[in-house]
Every structure is written in structure tokens, then in C-alpha cells.
Design a protein around this ligand. Structure first.
Ligand SMILES: *Cc1c(COP(=O)(O)O)cnc(C)c1O
Length: 436
């Protein structure tokens, strides 16, 4: 566009590594788990991204789920453009913050009140602080393989990119260097799909109601209801981390699907339409513990940013009942197609589907928790990833991420992807995988 040469991925990555640790601003982008050089995205449109060399990929990363309507959706572009022309940040309340909070509360009845923040990480950190402040208790329970952003107390035994770090490390608490033992002293780890026995010291249990950061691990029937009952037994709060599932798996998120009402919920990704946003909400009596009404402090210069609220409102507007039906139908068909492709290629792999989420597990059995999720063959994933990338299909460069087919991925496109997966899987199989 400027008339200058577009540059190459290699050249940009070399420059990036000189000034950005690992060349990336979020570790999962770095390709270290799959090998090779990351492609640098020049632009995206609908289901596609183009890298700086002009190569087009069918993008199943979709900003890890943040752009459910596809890239550069005209309605979202228009909303953001118009908002930008009116000013990008004020440090004073705006109407669209009210509209977005109302839109969330209307879709998710457990969220009587909502506070907007700037990322999913902020939402979960703030929700845990609020849970602690409101209950006067310190202990937090999370599930192994759950990812709740990179806040100190919640990094332990995390999925997503932390799982890849753990592969070389001991994998014990805390989940990162630089997190003092004291920061996780009150964090307890439980196994997903098993209900931990709680006691009266527990402020909250935080859970992904459909786990989507250790591959895809749906809750077994009864798990969330039993967790709700156990929390109630000891007066602990139940926090649903719906940063991925919120406004994606159903209009009211995973809590609508499961019928379980959490005390607090965390959102991000979809509700920003691809811009920086997060939110947490819940019972009004709990939310009113937040400053300025109560003693739990939480703040943010860019919270409820005018561009992000414009994009988020435009995204939610696109997500009517028909959209969720389409998303669910497509994901189901896509999952069946992927499973058939693996089976035909003779590869031991599972294509998992939960509502509109699709996950791959490169092993014989459906995972039920982190331990079983980690039985996925990471090197086979790397082979499959590259075999697909060569064919113009981009998965996330890590074995523990899910696939995000969205409104822009129509059936014809997903069928074409399935054909590419069939070829890629056969190629990986010819390479000798699975190894004994
Ligand atoms: C992505 C994610 C987060 C963190 O959100 P960021 O916006 O990346 O900080 C938290 N919880 C879950 C379940 C996520 O998938």
C-alpha cells in the first residue's frame, strides 16, 4: 500500500527478535511448540488472513476467538471508524459503556451488574479479588489445564501457552518464574470434571464451564451442577470464566447451555469484536463491593474504551438466534468431517465438538481432564500444523488451543478445509506417525 516492498516473514521475525522478546507479544504466537518462523499478518478479511509475503491462509485462529464475525467485518469496521472519529478515550463515562453492560446483562441473567475492563486477564484477576473481598476469605480453587489469563494467582497448572512451558519444566506451582510462592499459597488445583471437596476457607472456585485451553474438554453431565452445590455447601462463590465461551457457545454463554448460574462471570474475546476488552459481572450485592461503592479496588484508564465498546456492540448485534444455530450446525459438521478425515488417514485422533467450539486431540481417547488432555501427541500436532500451513490452512501454533470456526467460515469453506486435513493427515501418517 505504501509502495514499499512487503518484506518477508523471516526478515520481520529477525527484526522482531531484536526488539521484542521471542519476537512476539504473546508467547503462543511464537511457533516454538511447532517449529519454524511465524507468519506476520498483513491483513485479514472474513475467514482469511494474508501474510506479508502475500500468502493467504484460511484462518482458524481468529484471534483466539476474539473475532467471531471474521476479520474486518464491514459492520464492525464501520462502528470502530465512526467511534474513532468521535474520540478514542476520555476518562469519563460514555453511553456505549451503558449499552454494552446492558447487552451483557440482558443475555446473561446472572450478571445483574457488569464492569468493563481491558482484557480477559483483568476480568479474572478482578473477579478473584472481588470474591476474596466479598467473602473475607483467601483461598481460590482452579482446575488444572484451565487458563484464566496471566495473573499471578491463577497461572498455576494452566493450559494454553503455559502448558507448553510446563512441558520442559516441572509443571508445579507456581506456573511461571517471577511468581512468588506467596502469590499462589492460597491457590489450590483440582482435576477438571471432578468436584473437589471444599472447606470454609474457599473464597471462590474459578472454572472454564467448557474447558478450551487444554484442547477442548467439555464438562461431564452433572459436573457444573455438583460444583455449584459444593460451593453452596461451604459458602464459596462459583466463578465461570467465559472469556472463550461467552457469547460464542450460546447467546447466554455456557451458563445458558448448562443451566447453572454462577455468582460471578468473566468475559473477553467476543465482546470486544477484536478490540481490547474484558468484563466481569454477577450478583448485584457482590458487584457492589467494588469501588466506589465498596472497599474492593479495581480501575482502568482505558476500561470501557469507546472503540472497544463500539466494536463489541456491533459484534453482539450480529449474533442473533440464527447465528448461534448456524455456528453450532457448522461446528458439528466440521467436527464430523475432521473425524472422518483422521479415520480415513488411519490416524489416531479425536475431533471434539462442544456447541460452536472444535478441538483436536491427537490420541485415542477423548480427554476428560488435564492429565488425559496432555496425552495428545504434541509432535504429531506440529507435523499436522505444518502440513496444513503448507496447504493454506492456519491452526493455532500450539496443541492445546481450540479451533474457532466463526460466522465467516461457511460450509463450503469448511468442507475444503476437511479435504486439506485429509491430505495433511495422510502425509503425517506416511511420515510414520503415530509412533509406538
Ligand atoms: C484468553 C483467555 C483469558 C485471558 O484473556 P486475555 O484477553 O488474553 O487476557 C482468560 N480466560 C480464558 C478462558 C481465556 O481463554
Amino acid at each position: 500500500m505504501t509502495g514499499e516492498p512487503a518484506g518477508s516473514n523471516e526478515a520481520l521475525f529477525a527484526r522482531a527478535q531484536a526488539v521484542i522478546p521471542g519476537g512476539v507479544n504473546s508467547p503462543v504466537r511464537a511457533f516454538r511448540a511447532v517449529g519454524g518462523t511465524p507468519y506476520f499478518v498483513a491483513r485479514g478479511e472474513g475467514p482469511y488472513v494474508w501474510d506479508v509475503e502475500g500468502t493467504r491462509y484460511v484462518d482458524l485462529v481468529q484471534s483466539y476467538g476474539a473475532v467471531i464475525a471474521g476479520h474486518a467485518h464491514p459492520r464492525i469496521v464501520e462502528a470502530v471508524t465512526r467511534a474513532a472519529a468521535e474520540g478514542t478515550s476520555f476518562g469519563a463515562p460514555t453511553e456505549r459503556e451503558v449499552l454494552l453492560a446492558e447487552a451483557i446483562a440482558e443475555r446473561v441473567p446472572s450478571c445483574e451488574k457488569v464492569r468493563l475492563v481491558s482484557s480477559g486477564t483483568e476480568a479474572t484477576m478482578s473477579a478473584v479479588r472481588l470474591a476474596r473481598g466479598a467473602t473475607g476469605r483467601d483461598a481460590v480453587v482452579k482446575f488444572a489445564g484451565g487458563y484464566h489469563g496471566h495473573g499471578d494467582a491463577l497461572l498455576a497448572e494452566s493450559g494454553s501457552g503455559v502448558a507448553l512451558l510446563d512441558a520442559d519444566e516441572s509443571g508445579t506451582v507456581p506456573g511461571s518464574a517471577g511468581v512468588p510462592a506467596g502469590a499462589v499459597a492460597d491457590t489450590t488445583i483440582a482435576a477438571y470434571n471432578r468436584v473437589p471437596r471444599l472447606d470454609g476457607r474457599v473464597a471462590c472456585v474459578i472454572v472454564e464451564p467448557i474447558a478450551a485451553n487444554m484442547g477442548l474438554v467439555p464438562p461431564r453431565p452433572g459436573f457444573l451442577a455438583e460444583l455449584r452445590a459444593e460451593c453452596d455447601r461451604v459458602g464459596a462463590l462459583l466463578v465461570f470464566d467465559e472469556v472463550i465461551t461467552g457469547f460464542r457457545v450460546a447467546r447466554g454463554g455456557a451458563q445458558e447451555l448448562s443451566g447453572i448460574r454462577p455468582d460471578l462471570s468473566c468475559f473477553g474475546k467476543v465482546i470486544g469484536g477484536g478490540l481490547n476488552i474484558g468484563a466481569f459481572g454477577g450478583r448485584a450485592d457482590l458487584m457492589d463491593h467494588l469501588a466506589p461503592l465498596g472497599p474492593v479496588y479495581q480501575a482502568g484508564t482505558l476500561s470501557g474504551n469507546p472503540l472497544a465498546t463500539a466494536a463489541g456492540l456491533a459484534a453482539l448485534d450480529l449474533l442473533d438466534a440464527a447465528a448461534y444455530e448456524t455456528l453450532g450446525d457448522r461446528a458439528a459438521r466440521f467436527g464430523r468431517g475432521l473425524q472422518d478425515a483422521f479415520d480415513a488417514a488411519g490416524l489416531t485422533a479425536r475431533a471434539l465438538v462442544a456447541a460452536s467450539l472444535v478441538g483436536l486431540h491427537l490420541g485415542p481417547d477423548d480427554p476428560v481432564d488435564y492429565e488425559t488432555a496432555r496425552r495428545t501427541d504434541e509432535s504429531a500436532y506440529a507435523s499436522l500444523f505444518h502440513a496444513l500451513l503448507r496447504r493454506g490452512v492456519a491452526l493455532a501454533p500450539g496443541a492445546y488451543e481450540v479451533l474457532f470456526p466463526g460466522l465467516a467460515h461457511d460450509d463450503a469453506l469448511l468442507e475444503a478445509v476437511v479435504d486439506q486435513v485429509a491430505e495433511a493427515a495422510a502425509e503425517v501418517a506416511r511420515g510414520g506417525w503415530p509412533r509406538s
